[in-house]
Design a protein. Structure first.
Length: 407
C-alpha cells in the first residue's frame, strides 16, 4: 500500500470536488446577485380617475420595486395580461373610489398577482401594500383634521395601535440565502457518492473477489478503502467550507456560527453517505446506470429535505421514510440555521444525531450486504473458473485421442 500515491490521487479528487462546488456557487450567486427584487412588471386599472386614485397611481409609478407598463380600464384585460405573462401583478381601483372614501364607506383596492413565483409575487404584494397603507394613513389624518382635531390628538389617535415590521436573519428574502445552504451539501452528496465512493467500492469489490480471503492482501485492500475515505472526507469538509468562504467574500453570503459545529454537521453527514454507499455498491455494479438513476431523483432530494417544505407539514410516514433513506434531510436545516442564525449546538445536535444514527444503521446493513456480494461473486468466479478448466481439460483430451480414418 503506497500511502504517498494514495495521498496524491485523493488530493486530485479533493481539488475536483472544490471546483465542482465552486462552479454552481459562482453561477447561481452571480445570477441572483441583486439582493432586492425591483422593476416588477405591473399593471393598473383605474376606474375612478379621482384626485385620490390619480395620487395612488402616481405613487405606484414612482415605487422602485414596481415598473408600471400596462394601463387599462377593464378588469378582464388586466387579468388576461397577467395570464399571458405580460405583467406579474396589477391593481384595480373601483369606480367612485375617491367619493366613497370621502363618505367613509371603506372602499377596497383589489390586487391581482401571479404567484407562480413566490418571491416575485410576494414582493409585488408587499410593495403595492406599502403604497396603499401609506396613503391610507394620510387620508385618515386629513379626515381627522376636517373634524377640527388638533395635530397632537391626531398623532396620539393614529399611534394608539401600530406595528413595526422586522424580519430577522434574512430581511431581504434573497434567492442565494434560500438556495446556497442546501445546494452545497446536495452537490457534495452527488460528487462524493457518484464520483468517489461508489466507483471506489466497485473497484475494491472486484479486487477482493480475486484474492484469497485469508491472505494479507485483503487487509491491505481494506486499509486502502479506509484511508481513502478518511482523506476524501476531510478534504470534502475543507472544500465545502472554502466554497462558503468564497461565497461570503464575493457575494456577501452570511457565514455565522461556530466552525466546530460546522465540522460536526458535515463530518456526520459524510459518515451517513459512507454507510449507505456500501449498500448501494452491494446492489449496483454499473456505475453509469446508477448515476443516471441518481440524477433522475436529484430534485426530489431537495424537495424532501425540509427546506422548501417543512417536515412537520408532511405526513408522518413520509417523514419517517425520508429520515431513513435520504441523508440530506439531516444536514439541510441545521446548516441553514447555523449560517443564517448563528445557531449553537442545541440546533445542530438533532441533525448530527440523525446523521450518526443514519450512518450506523446503513453502515451495518451496507457492510453485511457488501460482504455477501463479495462471497456470491467469489463463488460465481470459482464456478466459472471450474467450468473453464473442465472445458480446457476436455478439449485437451479430445486433442490427444487418435483419429481413425477409412481409406
Amino acid at each position: 500500500m503506497n500511502i504517498s500515491k494514495i495521498l496524491k490521487e485523493e488530493f486530485a479528487r479533493v481539488i475536483s470536488v472544490l471546483i465542482t462546488l465552486l462552479v454552481p456557487l459562482i453561477l447561481i450567486s452571480y445570477a441572483y446577485k441583486l439582493v432586492y427584487i425591483n422593476d416588477i412588471p405591473y399593471g393598473i386599472c383605474n376606474n375612478d380617475d379621482s384626485a385620490l386614485s390619480r395620487n395612488i397611481v402616481s405613487q405606484v409609478e414612482n415605487h422602485p420595486g414596481l415598473n408600471v407598463i400596462y394601463y387599462t380600464d377593464s378588469q378582464e384585460d388586466l387579468q388576461k395580461a397577467i395570464q399571458e405573462k405580460k405583467i406579474t401583478a396589477g391593481m384595480i381601483i373601483p369606480k367612485d373610489f375617491g367619493n366613497d372614501v370621502s363618505l367613509r364607506k371603506s372602499p377596497s383596492v383589489l390586487f391581482l398577482i401571479d404567484d407562480t413565483n413566490m418571491m416575485i409575487g410576494g414582493n409585488a404584494l408587499s410593495y403595492a401594500g406599502t403604497v396603499i397603507g401609506t396613503l391610507n394613513a394620510g387620508v385618515q389624518m386629513k379626515m381627522m383634521q376636517g373634524y377640527n382635531m388638533y395635530a397632537t390628538d391626531i398623532t396620539s389617535t393614529m399611534g394608539t395601535f401600530s406595528y413595526v415590521e422586522r424580519l430577522l436573519y434574512d430581511p431581504t428574502g434573497s434567492y442565494i440565502r434560500n438556495i446556497m445552504y442546501t445546494l452545497i451539501p446536495l452537490v457534495l452528496q452527488m460528487t462524493f457518492i457518484t464520483k468517489f465512493i461508489i466507483p471506489l467500492l466497485n473497484e475494491k469489490k472486484k479486487e477482493l473477489t480475486s484474492v484469497n480471503i485469508k491472505s494479507r492482501e485483503v487487509v491491505y485492500i481494506i486499509l486502502d478503502i479506509i484511508l481513502r475515505i478518511i482523506i476524501m472526507s476531510i478534504g470534502c469538509v475543507a472544500a465545502s467550507f472554502i466554497v462558503l468562504l468564497i461565497g461570503r467574500k464575493m457575494f456577501f453570503l452570511p457565514l455565522r456560527g461556530d466552525i466546530f459545529i460546522y465540522a460536526g454537521i458535515m463530518c456526520t453527514f459524510l459518515f451517513s453517505l459512507i454507510g449507505i454507499s456500501f449498500f448501494i455498491s452491494a446492489i449496483v455494479d454499473n456505475t453509469a446506470l446508477f448515476l443516471q438513476g441518481y440524477l433522475m431523483f436529484n430534485s426530489a432530494f431537495v424537495l424532501l429535505s425540509g427546506v422548501t417544505y417543512p417536515l412537520y407539514m408532511m405526513p408522518k410516514k413520509l417523514v419517517a421514510f425520508v429520515k431513513m433513506f435520504l441523508p440530506l434531510v439531516h444536514v439541510a436545516i441545521p446548516l441553514k440555521f447555523l449560517n443564517l442564525k448563528g445557531a449553537g449546538w442545541d440546533a445542530a445536535i438533532p441533525g448530527i444525531y440523525g446523521s450518526l444514527r443514519f450512518g450506523i444503521i446503513w453502515l451495518i446493513i451496507g457492510i453485511i450486504s457488501f460482504t455477501i456480494k463479495i462471497i456470491i461473486m467469489k463463488k460465481k468466479k470459482n464456478i466459472d473458473e471450474k467450468e473453464e478448466n473442465d472445458t480446457k481439460i476436455q478439449s485437451e483430451i479430445n486433442e490427444k485421442e487418435p483419429v481413425f480414418t477409412l481409406e
